[in-house]
Design a protein around this ligand. Structure first.
Ligand SMILES: [Zn+2]
Ligand SMILES: [Zn+2]
Length: 323
């Protein structure tokens, strides 16, 4: 079968590879849509968790051997540790991710643990199905914000209703954060980005455009960029006692004014992946949103699209491979 293989730092190639074989407890999935994630473009340039040779792809959907339409929850966890038993298996210390630690969805077929399959709602377009995984990240971030502001109990299952929200960065994750906050009852959602096309996509989802940078104060600032500058802005533009939720992973440095954080009791919460209920919630929410900013491409074009995105020369807002 054909697969897009990460073969060396900075290199991906469309190759003929052996058919995957399902081990006991696994099933074969015929991949119909697989989104290219910013973390993969970064990971291909500077290999960390992802070690070549690897078939990447952790945002994907397809059909199972029985013909059912399924989406894959790519988070694999031990199921035994304290975090797993508390329903927080996304922060399990033995966490592995399909497409990061083992072969993922940038292929015609992939073998995955049967426990990773989730049903898809009937009639959902395949491109939308591939956006469920990134949308689950946004749902979790929204719940993190709600938890910080006192809604929804210890695990924050309500989000920050009524909040004035800012989202920095309108890549796919930023757009999905804005959409989640609007669906979840935010009073107002303002977004920043340098790209007019990205800002237009945010407006089609119902967000207001703050421009290239934030001004004023917000209850919640969601940082979908993760640079030292956007992290500093998430503190500076947070009201006293508000919260910044950090999802972006662009840089390792934070670079914020820690004393301002202390004096105004500001807060920062990291947000990574999602709980199982949040993945299910994202599957329901995705049906309501304008996703015309996601573009499908045949697997034959995968190497060219991935390389173009990695080198910054090609700019679809979100590329979804359609094996
Ligand atoms: Zn991703
Ligand atoms: Zn565990």
């Amino acid at each position: 079968m054909k697969a897009l293989v990460f073969t060396a730092p900075g290199t991906v190639e469309l190759l003929d590879v052996p058919e995957p074989e399902a081990a006991p407890g696994e099933v074969l999935v015929e991949v119909r849509a697989a989104g290219i994630c910013g973390s993969e473009l970064h990971g291909a340039r500077r290999p960390g968790f992802r070690k070549p040779p690897l078939i990447m792809g952790h945002e994907f959907a397809g059909t199972s051997a029985g013909g059912e339409a399924v989406v894959i929850n790519p988070i694999l966890s031990c199921g035994r540790c304290a975090e797993c038993r508390r329903g927080l298996r996304h922060v399990c210390r033995e966490r592995q991710i399909i497409g990061v630690h083992r072969a993922g969805g940038f292929a015609e077929r992939v073998a995955v643990p049967a426990s990773a399959l989730r049903p898809l709602p009937p009639g959902l377009p395949w491109e939308a199905a591939a956006l469920i995984e990134p949308a689950a990240n946004a749902v979790h971030a929204w719940h993190q914000a709600g938890r910080a502001l006192g809604a929804g109990g210890a695990h924050g299952t309500d989000g920050a209703q009524g909040a004035r929200v800012a989202v920095t960065g309108c890549g796919a994750i930023g757009l999905l954060c804005a959409a989640t906050a609007l669906s979840g009852g935010a009073a107002r959602v303002e977004v920043t980005d340098l790209s007019p096309a990205r800002l237009a996509a945010a407006q089609r989802l119902g967000a207001q455009v703050a421009g290239a940078g934030l001004s004023g104060e917000y209850d919640v600032v969601m940082d979908a960029v993760g640079s030292a500058a956007t992290r500093a802005a998430s503190i500076a533009h947070q009201r006293p006692g508000g919260v910044a939720v950090w999802l972006g992973l662009a840089e390792e440095e934070a670079g914020f004014d820690a004393n301002a954080l202390i004096r105004s009791e500001k807060r920062v919460l990291g947000s990574f992946a999602y709980r199982d209920e949040e993945f299910a919630h994202a599957t329901a929410l995705i049906q309501d949103w304008d996703l015309t900013w996601a573009e499908g491409y045949p697997l034959a074009a995968a190497a060219e699209i991935f390389t173009g995105l990695m080198n910054g020369g090609l700019q679809p807002l979100k590329a979804v491979l359609r094996p």
